[in-house]
Write a protein that binds this ligand. Structure first.
Ligand SMILES: [Zn+2]
Length: 395
């Protein structure tokens, strides 16, 4: 079997051995995290592996992978009473009476439970909805007699103690951590700070976005790009500007949570099928592998946004190892007018946006505590690319 990294191979050994200690695995997007539960579930005599996923899109993606590998798997329902080697469940299933926790207890008592896997486990820190009721259920998962496997693409070293505490992991449980550097050598990181002017952010950032799309955001057939915005209103403003300016030769679709489930999943499916650009709020297909994603453009950030979430969003443009671009267009505020009440994550994002030297260094220092600048063979950031001239003059 070919492995993406030594860490991936070592993790798999520990999972197959079903070590009693909980295992926290930080591997970059696309570095084969799902292999860590697909392989053990495929072994003869495998007991039950339950994979809990925070997002519906991610669950569908994993179910498809299990089916492609011809694994005996099921999506959890409250009517499930029998053991299945691989079960996919969502965090909502933990809230149901007689739901997932009941099933886990039953299987644990019968000695049939082997692993509980929490995929994209960083959401307990980044997603507000996980800080309320479901979180208390996460803490109950450590009580079951099986290996707890916590998977994520991004968990900065500085955030690890808070994560451990949030998950209810005590020092007696002897958590083991496997960490692989998550910086992406194939990702061009670029930030365009537009000086604050009178007007709404979308009016200030619209013209440079049109220039960026016309001059640099060229996708080949089947490739994908995302323009991520804070508000639904901004999506509509930019969609209309793109149409008026002819910045793209077609009208990109819009994706946001208010579309309704059916329209949302149709829009996502169409984009995944055809490719091209999509305008979206930040929940777009979080956690799923988007093939041929080459560009991610962030239009502004909110006070709650963090460098950890940002790196999750742009990492998807790098997971296949092919050159990708991430652009941030943001309104460059006067430093004296900026909020001083920043959380560590949002302060790290601010440091990245307002950096005066290599972006890779800022990103690496926060995510992996490895502050290396762009080197030979890396896709250079805007500071390290000598050939880069923005040329994005407002029309
Ligand atoms: Zn650099």
């Amino acid at each position: 079997m070919d492995f993406h990294s030594i860490q991936q191979r070592d993790c798999l050994v520990r999972v197959v051995q079903a070590d009693p200690e909980p295992l926290l695995v930080i591997l970059p997007t696309g570095d084969g995290k799902s292999l860590l539960f697909l392989v053990p579930a495929s072994l003869p005599g495998a007991r039950i592996t339950v994979v809990i996923v925070p997002y519906v899109g991610l669950k569908d993606d994993l179910v498809a992978k299990a089916q492609a590998a011809s694994l005996h798997s099921a999506v959890f329902t409250t009517s499930l009473q029998e053991p299945v080697p691989l079960i996919f469940a969502s965090t909502e299933h933990m809230l149901e009476n007689g739901g997932l926790l009941h099933y886990l207890r039953l299987m644990s008592e019968r000695g049939q439970l082997e692993h509980i896997v929490i995929d994209a486990c960083h959401v307990v820190l980044t997603d507000m909805s996980y800080r309320a009721a479901p979180l208390q259920r996460f803490k109950r998962l450590v009580e079951f007699k099986c290996q707890l496997l916590l998977l994520t693409a991004t968990l900065p070293l500085t955030e690890e103690p808070q994560f451990v505490n949030t998950m209810g992991l005590t020092s007696e449980m002897r958590l083991q951590t496997m960490r692989c550097a998550t910086g992406w050598p194939n990702l061009h990181c670029r930030v365009l700070g537009i000086p604050r002017a009178v007007g709404r952010n979308c009016d200030i950032l619209g013209p440079p976005l049109m220039n960026l799309l016309r001059e640099r955001a060229i996708l080949a057939l089947g490739e994908r790009g995302i323009i991520l915005c804070l508000f639904v209103h901004d999506l509509e403003v930019y969609q209309s500007m793109i149409h008026r300016n002819g910045a793209l030769c077609y009208q990109p679709q819009i994706y946001h949570s208010k579309l309704g489930e059916s329209l949302r999943s149709n829009t996502l499916a169409k984009w995944l099928d055809i490719g091209g650009w999509i305008l979206a709020t930040k929940g777009l297909g979080v956690g799923i592998d988007v093939p041929k994603l080459r560009m991610v453009i962030h239009m502004s950030f909110g006070q709650q946004d963090t460098l950890m979430e940002y790196s999750q969003q742009v990492g998807r443009a790098a997971w296949d190892g092919i050159s990708g671009f991430c652009y941030c267009l943001h309104v460059h505020e006067d430093p004296e007018s900026m909020s001083t009440a920043l959380t560590p994550g949002s302060e790290a994002l601010s440091n990245y946006l307002y950096a005066t030297a290599c972006r890779r260094q800022t990103l690496g220092a926060y995510l992996d505590s490895e502050a290396a600048i762009c080197g030979a063979g890396d896709s250079p950031c805007d500071f390290c690319d000598d050939t880069l001239s923005w040329g994005l003059t407002p029309p």
